[in-house]
Design a protein around this ligand. Structure first.
Ligand code: GLN
Length: 461
């Protein structure tokens, strides 16, 4: 975290955070749980500060409530996990704690990370700090709000199809989705395991690099975590982006993208060229199928992952003398409407008569999309696109129409299906609302991604 002087105490940062929370939290509802002893924890960190304290030491941060934290209530914003106290912390959280980071609280989300607005939280939505009549995006909406409202410098979120980048775009902060396997998923409550990844929300690109550096790397608890070297991302950013090649695929500027958003992306492309990046033509012809493939694969995996929530091991259990009836009643009461919709969709596409028609075809499409990206990344180092087709929408605008809600992720989902790394950073606002600029890079090339993102960030200011 560049520029933080050791003269700043953790206590003063926590007090600042608490007064920002005091001023706006009643309206914004970023947190589901605030740690009652944050000031005491900060005092202890200040007292024990080592001479070689790292950049995250004593800095308050927040964690999306689908990432488990030892002894701190974790709900995934679902009634079915109400009152759950995890016996361990996620690896990403462990790594931050080991660096002396200070956990402020757990943030709101769409139930089990299924949604794009936090309107599907069982505990009420969060509000966008830029315009509280609008959604903050989702599903990591609470984390984006915490950063954008100045409660804390960074927050962890999670991505399955855009849940870090989309709320970052709506709230005007930076959202980084690492490559699949870059960060351990151990302790992230599973939604769709082949897509899920922990991500980072911050105020700027450098902070995203610092936090990524702290949480990334192989973890024996997650067999899909990749044993690739974790770079010094600040040093990488320091190398600049001159000479990198980029492309703006036309498919990402097509129908459904707000003209103001498109114009801002085109302006960003000019700025990248002015920064010394080289522009190349790229085409990603299968882009429009990504959303369809995702809404088969993600629900399929969710229907299996969520089978464990039956009232036997976690959360409240509906009263019944009969086992199957107890499952039925617990799940009927415990899950909200969007989660039920996903379980139904997933069970359907995996069922004997439909597996080949839906699930298998979606997997084939996923392979095609991956190949197409591999080819594109032969020609360019990074892709520049909008993060979302529109700016933040109003409450209730999309809750009656699941398809309209799903469209919010049309431009972020391809990166999840292909396991790429991707980032959203704020461009120039349109009609007072933040616009997200997205960059994507090949799997495990966070170094290139962050170099290009820092150059763009500097240019758009
Ligand atoms: N909004 C998408 C969904 O509802 C993505 C969610 C996510 O990335 N967790 O599935």
């Amino acid at each position: 975290m560049a520029g933080w002087s050791t003269a700043i105490t953790s206590v003063s940062l926590v007090e600042e955070a608490l007064s920002a929370i005091e001023a706006r939290e009643e309206e914004l509802h970023s947190f589901l749980t605030l740690l009652p002893d944050a000031v005491e924890a900060a005092e202890a960190l200040d007292r024990d500060r080592p001479a070689q304290a790292g950049p995250l030491y004593g800095i308050p941060y927040a964690v999306k409530d689908n990432i488990v934290t030892e002894g701190v209530r974790t709900t995934a914003a679902s009634r079915i996990l109400e009152g759950y106290l995890p016996p361990y912390s996620a690896t990403a959280v462990e790594r931050l704690q080991a660096q002396g980071a200070l956990l402020l609280g757990k943030t709101n989300l769409d139930e089990f990370a299924m949604g794009s607005s936090t309107e599907w939280s069982a505990f009420g939505p969060s509000r966008n700090p830029v315009d509280p009549s609008r959604v903050p995006g989702g599903s990591s909406g609470g984390s984006a709000v915490a950063v954008a409202a100045g409660y804390c410098r960074y927050a962890l979120g999670s991505e399955t199809g855009g849940s870090v980048r989309q709320p970052a775009a709506f709230c005007g902060c930076v959202g980084l989705k690492p490559s699949y396997g870059r960060v351990s998923r151990y302790g992230l409550i599973a939604f769709a395991s082949s897509l899920d990844q922990i991500g980072v929300l911050t105020g700027d690109v450098r902070d995203a690099g610092v936090v990524l550096g702290a949480i990334a790397g192989r973890d024996p608890h997650d067999q899909t975590s990749v044993d690739a070297p974790v770079q010094d991302y600040l040093a990488e950013i320091g190398r600049g982006a001159r000479g990198l090649r980029f492309g703006v695929p036309a498919e990402y500027l097509a129908q459904g993208v707000d003209p103001a958003v498109r114009d801002e992306v085109l302006r960003a492309a000019d700025l990248l060229e002015a920064q010394g990046l080289e522009r190349r033509e790229v085409s990603l012809a299968h882009t429009s199928y990504a959303l369809d493939a995702y809404y088969i694969i993600a629900p399929a995996e969710a229907s299996s992952n969520l089978a464990r929530f039956d009232g036997m091991r976690y959360g409240p259990r509906a009263a019944s003398d009969e086992l199957v009836e107890a499952y039925r009643a617990t799940r009927g009461e415990g899950f909200g409407p969007e989660v039920k919709r996903r379980i139904l969709l997933g069970t359907y596409v995996l069922s004997a008569g439909y597996y080949d028609t839906y699930y298998l075809r979606a997997q084939k499409l996923r392979t095609l999309l991956r190949r197409e990206f591999t080819e594109a990344f032969d020609a360019v180092d990074v892709l520049l696109t909008p993060t979302t087709p529109t700016t933040a929408f109003r409450f209730g605008e999309n809750t009656e129409d699941p398809l309209a809600m799903y469209m919010a992720d049309a431009l972020t989902i391809p990166a999840n299906l292909a396991g790429l790394c991707a980032i959203s950073l704020p461009g120039r606002p349109a009609q007072g609302l933040p616009v997200g600029l997205q960059l994507m890079a090949a799997p495990m090339r966070e170094d290139i991604l962050l170099r290009a993102a820092a150059a763009l960030e500097e240019a758009v200011r």
